[in-house]
Design a protein around this ligand. Structure first.
Ligand SMILES: Cc1cc2nc3c(=O)[nH]c(=O)nc-3n(C[C@H](O)[C@H](O)[C@H](O)COP(=O)(O)OP(=O)(O)OC[C@H]3O[C@@H](n4cnc5c(N)ncnc54)[C@H](O)[C@@H]3O)c2cc1C
Length: 385
């Protein structure tokens, strides 16, 4: 059990790391983006950051203790994700958590031994392939199919918008087995990089310098041992994975909004127009008040949802609310900040534009905002029916 003081200390360590190591790299990242280059960090810079992260104990934060991790609860991780998202520098503390949650929930002993140590130490990268050309916001409509053939599974279908697909050492692939409709029959498999029939057909450049991939499965044969969890029971663990990622996105959105407020307020206190500081204008004050109020509300919502997760509950509804509320806050707060900075807000010299693009992506991935609103409305109406 982690104490309040320990939790505070971890968060402070992350905040200092971001301030001392990541924010100074923003001009480099922004310059690359302005030239149309990928905002990736040079390998030596990444290696240096990884060394520092390890040295100060920011490594394997969510990984199981048995694998050398800290196994931090969701309530503590919320603060970590928030602090890390106050910068536009693309650096994440490994392991990438959502797939870890799915693996921990359903992987068998052999799969744990094969994947978890490398994954938790940051050596193995993963992807998850759910979305299809005809099934994005509605993943239960997926068509990719897996059929048993002797001691192997044969996967056929097409996935799209898959992050990390080209680099991932393994991809968790969701496919339909049998004749079940919608959620029934959806099954997960682990497909290793280089498996014949797993074809990364094209790279798709997204906004915010993000890349996704279209992937084709053409008689892709995987061994029986690639089955992850139970046949036909993949939808639940997939939802667990999505739920944890949505909570993470909520915290990241709060980090983005906090940075927007920092930049907006600092500028408003200095900039004078028509003889008056922007900070003394009611229009600007209302933006500041709205952001501060919604930040407070978002943090309370996240703390509540994370505490439920830590108690073993599955607060899908509350996490949908977090995803809508915090992401809309981030998007609007960054827009207000850009407006307050005037022409400076339109440059590639502040972190605002990359963060705003990132917040724009958040409104789509892990379920578009409208789909979450529909899900909340459906659950709410059920109470009245
Ligand atoms: C940057 C990025 C990374 C991604 N990474 C991955 C990944 O790694 N793996 C993966 O599997 N997928 C990934 N995705 C896919 C993502 O999950 C889907 O794009 C998302 O679920 C929406 O699906 P869609 O694009 O097909 O939109 P659609 O389902 O076609 O929806 C389009 C729009 O229609 C509206 N809409 C849809 N349904 C409803 C409804 N019920 N009520 C009201 N309005 C509705 C919404 O406004 C929605 O934005 C990624 C997407 C992005 C943008």
């Amino acid at each position: 059990m982690i104490t309040h003081d320990e939790s505070r200390m971890i968060r402070d360590t992350v905040a200092k790391f971001v301030k001392r190591e990541l924010i100074p790299l923003e001009p480099l990242v922004l310059k690359r983006m302005a030239k149309g280059m990928d905002p990736i960090l040079p390998p030596e810079e990444r290696a240096r950051l990884e060394e520092i992260s390890r040295d100060i104990g920011l490594w394997g934060l969510e990984a199981p203790a048995a694998l050398g991790g800290m196994e931090l609860p969701a309530t503590v991780m919320a603060g970590v994700f928030e602090e890390m998202a106050t910068t536009c520098v693309p650096y994440r503390l490994p392991p990438d958590s959502p797939n870890l949650h799915m693996l921990q929930a359903v992987a068998n002993e052999t799969q744990r031994q094969k994947y978890l140590p490398g994954y938790c130490s940051g050596k193995l990268k993963s992807a998850i392939a759910i979305s299809e050309p005809e099934a994005g916001g509605d993943p239960a409509a997926m068509r990719t199919r897996a059929v048993k053939d002797g001691g192997q599974w044969v996967i056929n279908g097409r996935k799209i918008w898959i992050s990390n697909a080209a680099d991932a050492d393994f991809t968790i692939v969701m496919a339909r087995v049998g004749e079940g409709k919608r959620e029934e029959g959806i099954t997960s498999f682990i497909v290793d990089k280089g498996t014949p029939g797993f074809i990364v057909e094209r790279e798709i450049q997204m906004i915010a310098a993000h890349k996704t991939y279209e992937v084709v499965f053409e008689d892709c044969r995987v061994p029986e041992s690639a089955l992850l969890g139970e046949i036909g029971q993949g939808y639940g663990p997939m939802q667990l994975r999505l739920m944890m990622r949505r909570l993470e996105i909520g915290s990241m959105a709060v980090g983005h909004a906090q940075r927007a407020l920092d930049i907006l307020a600092t500028h408003a206190l200095q900039r004078v127009t028509f003889g008056v500081r922007l900070a003394d204008r009611q229009a600007i004050q209302w933006w500041i008040a709205d952001i501060a109020t919604r930040l407070h509300a978002s943090r309370l919502m996240i703390a509540d949802a994370a505490a439920r997760v830590d108690r073993g509950e599955s607060p899908r509804n509350e996490i949908s609310m977090v995803k809508i509320f915090a992401v809309e806050l981030a998007y609007e707060a960054l827009d207000y900040a850009m407006q307050t900075l005037g022409a400076l807000g339109m440059t590639m010299e502040t972190a605002l534009y990359p963060l705003w693009q990132d917040a724009r992506l958040m409104r789509i991935y892990e379920g578009p905002t409208e789909v979450h609103r529909q899900a909340i409305a459906r659950r709410t109406l059920r109470d009245y029916a």
